[in-house]
Design a protein around this ligand. Structure first.
Ligand SMILES: Nc1ncnc2c1ncn2[C@@H]1O[C@H](COP(=O)(O)OP(=O)(O)OP(=O)(O)O)[C@@H](O)[C@H]1O
Length: 314
């Protein structure tokens, strides 16, 4: 029997367990008699970074759109937590690049924002000085920062970033991934990210879902990078992947406090805690179990941006 996205009752959350923001069970999208993706199962908790990887056409963007409700599942279920606020940075934007458009205006295209909210978001992404700049004059990295600012300005519970570093140079990529982690750490939001950039992304991700029309393999970056299915898909690239090996001796809770191995909770990490500085892979309250779905809910209210051809960084 085919089922579509549905609401459910409020989640019953165990003490200490991060809230599940969105959960997909056996979800699929069919178009023109073909399943674009099928049998997709995963969930995203508050404070968790989930990354979708996979070759071109694997269904990553389709899956992300299904997760946030831009596309309705033709099979299976997609459940989002009640009144979930979503910040979405799509892969492509329908922007007329010949028309004047300031960064300030770009920020409010999908909904009104106060000037102070715009300024704060642009400060967070490091480009407050560009508030009056023409979008068409921005560099690739500045444009991506502006899109990120627009996504975070609405203080989302879940950020969905479809290839957030496209067109950005190597140093800029690293800075943007740092920024994404900083946003997650300071706001405790969940993040669903799509990327081809295996090296950077794998290091900063709690859970990797490798897609190829279906979920090919999943797990921590370490588990996925050693999977034979993953090796088959990515070949030599996979073998050269440098996953940041770390051990988790503490957990960052969504409210910013830190729970240590002995169960004690402090405001900050201890100086001698494992894998801190230049750390790309803290364990941020991802102490929930995938496939263990507690949620409930209702329709999400994403701020989808029309996506068509025409994005200059595509
Ligand atoms: N509306 C649609 N109708 C028919 N086919 C579609 C539609 N949207 C996407 N597709 C096809 O579905 C497949 C998955 O597309 P999707 O954009 O999700 O892939 P992706 O993994 O994000 O790819 P990429 O890495 O190239 O961005 C592709 O083969 C694409 O051509």
């Amino acid at each position: 029997m085919l089922m579509t996205s549905r609401a459910s009752s409020a989640p019953k959350k165990q003490a200490g367990e991060a809230e599940t923001l969105v959960s997909l069970e056996n979800a699929g999208i069919r178009r023109d008699g073909r399943w674009l993706v099928r049998g997709v199962d995963f969930s995203i908790a508050r404070g968790e970074v989930v990354t979708l990887i996979g070759p071109n056409g694997a269904g990553k963007s389709t899956t992300a759109k299904m997760a946030i409700g831009v596309l309705k599942a033709d099979e299976g279920t997609v459940i989002r937590s009640k009144a979930l606020r979503i910040g979405y940075v799509p892969q492509k934007l329908a922007i007329d690049w010949t028309m004047p458009l300031s960064v300030r205006r770009l920020m409010t295209l999908t909904g009104p924002l106060k000037e102070a909210e715009i300024t704060l978001a642009l400060e967070a992404t490091g480009i407050p000085h560009l508030i009056g700049a023409e979008v068409r004059h921005l560099s690739g990295g500045e444009f991506q920062r502006a899109l990120l600012a627009r996504a975070i300005a609405r203080k989302p519970d879940l950020m969905v970033l479809d290839e957030p570093v496209q067109g950005v140079d190597f140093a800029g990529e690293s800075a943007l991934y740092d920024l994404i982690r900083t946003i997650r750490n300071s706001t405790g939001c969940g993040i669903l990210m799509i990327s081809h950039d295996l090296h950077m992304v794998m290091a900063g991700t709690d859970t990797v879902i490798c897609l190829n029309g279906h979920v090919c393999c999943r797990g921590t970056p370490e588990v996925v990078s050693q999977s034979s299915d993953y090796m088959k898909l990515f070949g030599g690239n996979a073998r050269s992947l440098a996953v940041y090996n770390h051990h988790h001796d503490h957990t960052h809770l969504p409210d910013g406090r830190v729970r240590h191995a002995d169960g004690s909770i402090t405001e900050h990490c201890h100086p001698d805690d494992g894998h801190h500085h230049d750390d790309a892979a803290h364990d941020h309250a991802n102490d929930h179990t995938h496939g263990d779905h507690h949620h409930g809910h209702d329709h999400a209210h994403p701020h989808p941006v029309t996506e068509r051809e025409g994005h200059r960084h595509a």
